[in-house]
Design a protein around this ligand. Structure first.
Ligand code: GLU
Length: 425
């Protein structure tokens, strides 16, 4: 993932450009009126906060954080918070825009939002992370709320950070407990069963639908997974349990390959012990770049953005790409993959399972009645399968690639709602 880091440093992140490009394509195809194009192309609000945190050594360090919100046409803002040393306002804006279209594709009553703090969580203690999270929460407090904008976990944040955020904001409100303020919380604090596995499970349902459409079988199919965090590791579990053969897995330190197959459980146990998949016995060492070009049936980029670009897209050999990461493919790469007949399940569809179960969590929090895991997974399957069908229908009807089809599905839904709402004043 070094390539992304380098590009971000140089300010060459492609993700925002890609998100805007596909919005423009969809708007053109849908013949959207100019006023709506101008409104929906840009977010409503971009907040930058700069704040101090006391570190364990007694010194004070300043951090920069962001929260970006799209126009709240379909409902309150929704989207995760990421902690990463290379996070920028542009990246957070691109991710907020992707959330906007993702919520619309999935048929959720939310608009897009995203947050981030530029920090290196791998080099911070739990205490430092808690102080950073609480202060960041206080900084963005004026613009979040259960009916305004509802954060969630993203890269390097989890239920732990969500609990700190709920606790901090409730302290600002006389202790009033507000579970609907964030999703992805611990179960005891109003989290939902099935939230942790949701992104991967949603991607798995999309994979099943894609294979059905392509007349392929998951049993015996070969799978390469880039990224072994929440999304990548559970996706590995689901495809392996369904009979697929995982031939490669990677994380930020590198990858491993075995044409005879890797057992996700053994790799997970190894990573828990050593902090990386690299060095796993019985596998060859490969780079993240090599993993993307492997001969396989399914490739699942599940790490960071801009991984598939114009230089490696011509070398991709997978038949299906399931984008569990946000923005892993640049627009140039997307055109090449389409041209080469590689079936792409675009991020705003493939990874919408996470925010879909976040929606279920928010619903459960509102009426303080909690579903069992079967109910969550069953409802997720219905939402994901329907979303996939909507996008596939658009793809077949308008003869456009799957990403354009997903954007068209999303943009038409938001545009219709915007027209119905009209304009204030
Ligand atoms: N961070 C996740 C995403 O990118 C989930 C967001 C949410 O649940 O609100 O889709």
């Amino acid at each position: 993932m070094a390539a992304t880091t380098e590009a971000k440093r140089k300010g060459e992140l492609k993700m925002l450009e890609t998100a805007r490009y596909f919005f423009d394509e969809a708007a053109k195809k849908l013949k959207l009126e100019d006023s709506l194009i101008e409104l929906l192309r840009y977010p409503k609000r971009r907040l930058i906060v700069n704040f101090p945190v006391r570190m364990d050594n007694g010194k004070v360090m300043n951090f920069e954080g962001y929260r970006v919100q799209c126009h709240p046409v379909l409902g309150p803002g929704k989207g995760g918070i990421r902690y990463h040393p290379d996070t920028t306002l542009d990246e957070v804006e691109a991710l907020a825009v992707l959330m906007n279209w993702k919520c619309a594709v999935a048929g959720l009553p939310f608009s897009g939002a995203k947050g981030g703090v530029r920090c290196n969580p791998k080099e911070m203690s739990v205490g430092e992370l808690e102080r950073l999270t609480r202060r960041y929460a206080a900084e963005i407090a004026p613009i979040i709320g259960p009916d305004v904008d509802i954060p969630a976990p993203d890269v390097y944040t989890s239920s732990r950070e969500m609990a700190w955020i709920v606790d901090t904001i409730s302290m600002h409100h006389n202790g009033e407990f507000m579970p609907g303020l964030v999703t992805g919380k611990p179960i005891l604090l109003g989290g939902s069963l099935g939230r942790e596995t949701a992104t991967a499970r949603g991607g798995f349902f999309c994979t099943l639908e894609a294979l059905k459409h392509l007349n392929m079988k998951l049993e015996g199919a070969t799978v390469a997974i880039q990224g072994f965090g929440n999304a990548g590791s559970y996706y590995a579990q689901f495809v392996q349990e369904a009979g697929a053969k995982i031939i490669a897995i990677s994380d930020s330190k590198g990858g491993i390959y075995n044409s005879k197959g890797l057992d996700y459980k053994a790799v997970l146990a190894f990573k828990k012990e050593t902090g990386t998949v690299v060095g796993f016995k019985g596998a060859d060492k490969i780079t993240n770049e090599e993993l993307l070009e492997l001969q396989c049936d399914i490739l699942a980029p599940s790490a960071l953005e801009d991984q598939l670009h114009e230089r490696n897209a011509p070398k991709v050999k997978a038949k299906v790409i399931c984008e569990l990461a946000n923005g892993p493919t640049t627009k140039e790469a997307d055109a090449i993959l389409h041209e080469r007949n590689i079936f792409v399940i675009p991020d705003i569809l493939a990874n919408a399972g996470g925010v879909t179960v976040s929606y279920f969590e928010w619903v459960q929090d509102r009426y303080r009645y909690f579903w069992d895991a079967e109910r969550v997974d069953e409802r997720l399957k219905i939402f994901m399968t329907e979303a996939f069908k909507r996008v596939l229908d658009m793809h077949l009807k308008h003869k456009v690639d799957m990403r354009t089809a997903a954007f068209m599905t999303a943009v038409s839904r938001v545009a219709e709602a915007a027209r119905a709402r009209g304009m204030y004043p």
